[in-house]
Design a protein around this ligand. Structure first.
Ligand SMILES: *Cc1c(COP(=O)(O)O)cnc(C)c1O
Length: 502
């Protein structure tokens, strides 16, 4: 299977090249040229196997330049029971709200307690194999812009991986205290973390610019290095996410929640549009998904886009209690638009250029019609987010984090508006303990909040009885290693300096 750039269809690469490079030289994103189609028989086979078996099947159909042994090794090393707290790294939790069943796909049982681990525990294995296939002994420099969770998950995935260095940029006031502490205490000899004065979009724009500046790339090449990306613009991030939607469907069937062949809806708390795009790609492979419900917080640029066909990032940027969704430029939407424009690189480039120059674009009537027929966009603010956490906890003792609560709230809005009772899978993207303060305020509104993050963790544990994930509990007495802050315009200089190649 080959891949091409969304902004230049003539730029055709292998899977290994797409993963090693991260982003195309023209600034476009790599997309598969076709999608494998799974028959009823394929799905019946997948029902009988476990998460790793399902992952191997999906990976082998997309990574055709990898051997079966290579894929086996990547999957076996990534999804171990000790790293994911059990043999199913993405288990379903069945709870209820307003008396109706709620099927929650818990994606946060990995080492950093956010769904990013599902992809970032395997990406380093895929990347080192890709580098071997494509480059003659160059070291990869992984640049990451993070709204909180990607940074830590990438650091944890890449720490001490041979022939890689990783540099993470996060918005100085845009992540939760736990997220900041997780990153600043990161171990490993090849890691570096820096805050930037600006928001996530500034960090992401800065990283994209560094990737596409030829002089910087040349400087790296002279020093036997090349850039790669661990952000969801990298195909190696998206591919692992397709697996858990297919696996969730199999689990729902095996658990007797749906009949084989039934359609489901998916509900995804969305930021950069990677997670929900993965569910769309799963549907292209034959997974029966009826509606894609895209949930946003107050940064509701996607809600407006889905409803009107106009993407307009010229609006206020809100810092919310679901910081991993505080994003106005959802990079992976580009991949969907490429597909919906009939694989037109010209059209995609036109829209993306308009976005860059004016902050705005309007899609064609066909794309608009597709979006309103297949997607539902909704959003909720911080007060409703906390209200949802509280109601869910009070009704069935199920505790969720702020991002998941946004999804649950938007799902409620969807059901109220449409009356659609199709069984739905809600993607749960983080442990509530990554956002203890907001969650604690929701479930114990009268409690006097303690001062430190870890005292809040303990209090949340006392009030709810929900166990604190070991990776978070273990950070309590760790000292910070990183404290750099830089202006977002200075990111290129910072990178060269950090690599000692000024
Ligand atoms: C990254 C993240 C999201 C957003 O996912 P996208 O793939 O960027 O849309 C939602 N919730 C949490 C907790 C995250 O870390």
């Amino acid at each position: 299977m080959l891949y091409n750039s969304t902004q230049n269809a003539a730029e055709v690469v292998s899977a290994a090249q797409a993963i090693a490079q991260g982003i195309s030289k023209d600034g476009g994103l790599f997309v598969p040229q076709e999608f494998p189609k799974y028959t009823e028989e394929t799905f019946r086979e997948l029902l009988k196997t476990d998460y790793k078996g399902r992952a191997k099947k999906v990976f082998s159909d997309f990574l055709t330049d990898f051997t079966a042994e290579e894929i086996d090794e990547c999957v076996e090393k990534a999804y171990t029971a000790d790293k994911f707290g059990g043999t199913n790294p993405a288990p379903m939790a069945y709870t209820k709200l307003n008396g109706a069943p709620l099927n929650i796909l818990e994606l946060w049982h990995g080492p950093t307690c956010a769904f990013k681990d599902m992809a970032l525990q395997i990406l380093p294995h895929l990347l080192t194999k890709s580098l071997k296939k494509t480059n003659d002994g160059k070291d990869a420099v992984i640049l990451v812009a993070t709204s909180g969770d990607t940074g830590k998950a990438a650091l944890e995935g890449f720490k001490d991986v041979d022939h890689t260095k990783i540099l993470v940029f996060y918005p100085v006031n845009g992540v939760s205290p736990m997220q900041k502490h997780q990153m600043n205490t990161q171990e490993g000899s090849n890691v570096r973390v820096c805050a930037i004065e600006g928001n996530f979009d500034d960090a992401q724009t800065g990283v994209k610019k560094i990737f596409t500046t030829p002089e910087i790339a040349e400087k790296l090449a002279e020093n036997n290095m090349l850039f790669s990306s661990a952000n969801s613009i990298n195909w190696g991030r998206l591919l692992p996410q397709i697996v858990y939607y297919i696996s969730a469907y199999c689990d729902l069937v095996n658990d007797g929640k749906i009949a084989f062949g039934d359609k489901i809806n998916v509900v995804v708390p969305t930021g950069n549009f990677g997670n929900i795009l993965a569910s769309y790609y799963a549907s292209l492979m034959g997974l029966p998904i009826a509606k894609f419900i895209c949930a946003s917080n107050a940064n509701n640029v996607l809600t407006d886009f889905i409803r009107t066909g106009v993407y307009d990032k010229n609006r206020h940027f809100y810092t919310t209690m679901s910081p991993s969704m505080d994003i106005l430029v959802s990079s992976n939407l580009e991949r969907l638009l490429y597909k919906l424009s009939g694989n037109s690189d010209d059209t995609t480039r036109e829209w993306m250029t308009a976005l860059k120059t004016t902050g705005k674009y309007e899609v064609s009537d066909e794309v608009k019609a597709f979006m309103t027929d297949n997607f539902y966009g909704g959003y909720c603010d911080d007060a409703k987010t906390q209200d949802t956490i509280s109601r869910l906890f009070n009704e069935d003792h199920y505790l969720c984090d702020t991002h998941t609560a946004v999804a649950v709230n938007v799902y409620e809005q969807y059901v109220a508006e449409t009356g659609d009772t199709t069984p739905s899978v809600i993607a749960s993207t983080a442990s509530p303990y990554k956002f203890s303060k907001s969650v604690l305020e929701a479930v114990a509104p009268d409690a006097a909040l303690p001062e430190t993050e870890f005292d809040m963790v303990d209090m949340l544990n006392e009030k709810t009885g929900m166990p604190v994930p070991a990776p978070l509990a273990g950070l309590k007495n760790k000292a910070a290693r990183f404290s750099d802050v830089t202006a977002s315009e200075k990111m290129p200089e910072y990178v060269l300096k950090a690599l000692n190649i000024e």
